[in-house]
Design a protein around this ligand. Structure first.
Ligand SMILES: Nc1ncnc2c1ncn2[C@@H]1O[C@H](COP(=O)(O)OP(=O)(O)O)[C@@H](O)[C@H]1O
Ligand SMILES: [Mg+2]
Length: 280
């Protein structure tokens, strides 16, 4: 199957300079991310996974190298087509242009939910949406639909984050991340602060979104979360040192009633072998 490139990182480098020391975290890294993929980034703690995610998403700027997006809609403010291909090189964008770019094309979920404590669940989602659209009515419909989909029902819409469980809060954060229909949802250890039941719930939601076509790039250090991806890339020594294609998620490999049990078990084995080879 031919994949369509969503974004390309070319010779990406990121160096942090502290007083006398220079730390080269990303070193001439090259990477393509494809539309519709659930790409998972793994690697040792401190290997630069978050740094890579922030560079790819325009949250931070690389020291050197280019990041080019191929998006269908280049009409939003602050963007200019560099040619007819819809290619947008974000690496040189000013902070303002980057902020607009992120608003229009990228969604985010982090380990902490970063919800605004003084706003209801619904308003947290609406606030993000209103940055992009002025159609409050349409937005409210979409926000409520999405909240329902992640099982945050009517009774909880008006609740403040501290009146919701940690798992519910993170589900609201995922909804906020996709409210603007981003081309790509970036997730940095989105289940890192959740218990195992809530982890499953949030992963199920990400899997469902991906099935509907949402491109996802997720950093994780657990096999459980990584298994949701169809493509696992491994970061070591500042580059993508290896990757594996697992094919689409086939369900729980431990669930004897899973109709795709054999496939699920095979994926699990492939991933474990891959990580073992990486010395993970
Ligand atoms: N803003 C920063 N300033 C200085 N050093 C940083 C900064 N962000 C990350 N680093 C360093 O870069 C390395 C990679 O960090 P990070 O991308 O957070 O790794 P990971 O997410 O894989 O655990 C770490 O050694 C970290 O200390
Ligand atoms: Mg990190």
């Amino acid at each position: 199957m031919n994949k369509t490139t969503l974004l390309t990182a070319k010779d990406l480098s990121k160096t942090f300079s502290n007083e006398s020391v220079q730390q080269h975290v990303l070193k001439n890294l090259n990477l393509n991310i494809y539309k519709g993929d659930f790409t998972v980034v793994m690697g040792n703690s401190g290997s630069g996974k978050s740094t890579l995610l922030y560079a790819l998403s325009g949250m931070d700027r690389p020291s050197l190298g280019k990041i080019t997006y191929f998006v269908d809609d280049t009409s939003s403010a602050g963007e200019k087509r560099s040619d007819n291909s819809g290619a947008i090189e974000i690496s040189k964008f000013s902070n303002d242009k980057l902020a607009l770019f992120r608003r229009d094309h990228a969604g985010f979920v982090f380990q902490q939910n970063y919800l605004n404590d003084s706003m209801s669940a619904l308003d947290n989602v609406m606030l993000s949406g209103l940055l992009k659209t002025k159609n409050r009515k349409e937005l409210a419909v979409r926000a409520k639909e999405l909240l329902e989909k992640v099982e945050i029902g009517k009774n909880d819409w008006k609740k403040f984050p501290n009146q919701l469980s940690g798992g519910q809060q993170q589900r609201v954060a995922v909804v906020r991340g996709v409210i603007n229909k981003p081309e790509v949802l970036f997730a940095d250890e989105p289940t890192g602060a959740l218990n195992s039941q809530n982890t499953e719930n949030v992963l199920d939601i990400m899997t469902a979104l991906n099935k509907e076509g949402q491109s996802i790039v997720m950093v994780t250090h657990t096999i459980k979360a990584a298994e949701r991806g169809n493509r696992i890339i491994y970061l070591a020594d500042g580059i993508i040192s290896a990757e594996i294609d697992l094919g689409p998620y086939a369900g729980d490999y431990k669930d004897e009633t899973n109709p795709q049990l054999d496939r699920a078990k095979e994926r699990h084995r492939m991933l474990k072998d891959f990580l073992q080879e990486m010395g993970w």
